[in-house]
Design a protein around this ligand. Structure first.
Ligand code: 8X3
Length: 256
C-alpha cells in the first residue's frame, strides 16, 4: 500500500521522531499536514519534505495542550486538508527526572497535558471524520516506559502507560469500522528528548546515550510507515522496539 496522495497529519513534527516521520512519508509522495509549536523549525521540515517528494505540505502552529486551539485549528482547515488518512499522534515530551514524591508539579502537568490530554484532544478532533469517511489509521507514539517504569520517571512512564491503554480502548471503540489503531513504542531514541527532559542541560542529556547505540528517529519513522503500509485489513496493534543495546526500561548494554 503506497501513501501517494494520502493525507498524513503528524503532531510534534518540528523535530525528532515527528520530523523523521514527515520525511519518511514525504518520500512516499504523501500530502503532509504538519503541526508543532515551533513554526520556524516546522517550516524547515516542510521544505525538506518537499525536496524529498511530498505531494504538498501544509503547516499549522499548534500546541496540543490547548483544547480549544486544537478544535478550532482543525475545524478551520481548508476543505482539502480535512480528510485525514493517517494521524500520527507524536507530540510528547518528558520533563524532569525526580523522585515522584519530590517532583515538580509543573513538570508533571506539562507531561500529562501534552502526552495524554493533547493526544486525546487531537484524536477527538480527527477520528470522527475518519469514521464518517470510512477511512483512517491512528498511530500513537508510546514507549518502553509505558510497559516498565524506571526510577525518577514515574510520571512520564505513567503517561506512556496511558497511551498504551488509550490505544487499546480506541481500537475497541472502532471495531466495526475500517479505521486502524496502532501504537509504536520505542525505547531510547537519540533526539532532543533528554535535552528537553533536563531543561536544556546538554551534558546531562549526552550521558543518557553514553556507551550505547540508541535507536534513531529514522528507525522509528520507518516502523511507523511500515505499520501504515500493511494491507487495509491488517491492524498492527502495537510495536515495542528498542536498539539491541536495550532490553527494557531498566536494562542496557553500555560499553562505558
Ligand atoms: C523514551 C524511552 O526510556 O528514554 O520514551 O524514557 S525512555
Amino acid at each position: 500500500m503506497t501513501h501517494k496522495g494520502k493525507t498524513v497529519f503528524i503532531t510534534g513534527a518540528s523535530a525528532g521522531i515527528g520530523a523523521a516521520t514527515a520525511l519518511a512519508f514525504a518520500h512516499e509522495g504523501a500530502r503532509l499536514l504538519l503541526a508543532a509549536r515551533r513554526m520556524d523549525k516546522l517550516v524547515d521540515v516542510a521544505d525538506e519534505a518537499r525536496n524529498r517528494g511530498a505531494a504538498v505540505v501544509h503547516c499549522i502552529s499548534l500546541d496540543v495542550r490547548h483544547r480549544e486551539a486544537v478544535a478550532n485549528e482543525l475545524a478551520a482547515l481548508p476543505k482539502e486538508w480535512k480528510a485525514i488518512d493517517v494521524l500520527v499522534n507524536n507530540a510528547g515530551l518528558s520533563r524532569g527526572l525526580d523522585k515522584l514524591y519530590l517532583g515538580k508539579i509543573e513538570d508533571w502537568e506539562e507531561m500529562i497535558d501534552t502526552n495524554i490530554k493533547g493526544l486525546l484532544y487531537v484524536t477527538r478532533a480527527v477520528v470522527p471524520g475518519m469514521v464518517e469517511r470510512g477511512v483512517g489509521h491512528v498511530i500513537n507514539l508510546g514507549s518502553t516506559a509505558g510497559h516498565l517504569a524506571y526510577p525518577n520517571g514515574g510520571v512520564y512512564c505513567g503517561t506512556k502507560a496511558a497511551v498504551h491503554m488509550l490505544n487499546d480502548g480506541l481500537r475497541q471503540d472502532l471495531l466495526g469500522t475500517p479505521i486502524r489503531v496502532t501504537s509504536v513504542e520505542p525505547g531510547m531514541v537519540e533526539t532532543d528528548f533528554s535535552l528537553v527532559r533536563f531543561h536544556g542541560d546538554e551534558e546531562r542529556a549526552a550521558k543518557v546515550y553514553k556507551g550505547l547505540t540508541p535507536l534513531t528517529p529514522e528507525d522509528v519513522a520507518d516502523t511507523i510507515v511500515w505499520a501504515a503500509s500493511r494491507p487495509a485489513h491488517v491492524n498492527i496493534a502495537s510495536i515495542l522496539m528498542t536498539s539491541v543495546d536495550q532490553a527494557n526500561s531498566l536494562q542496557f548494554n553500555r560499553q562505558s
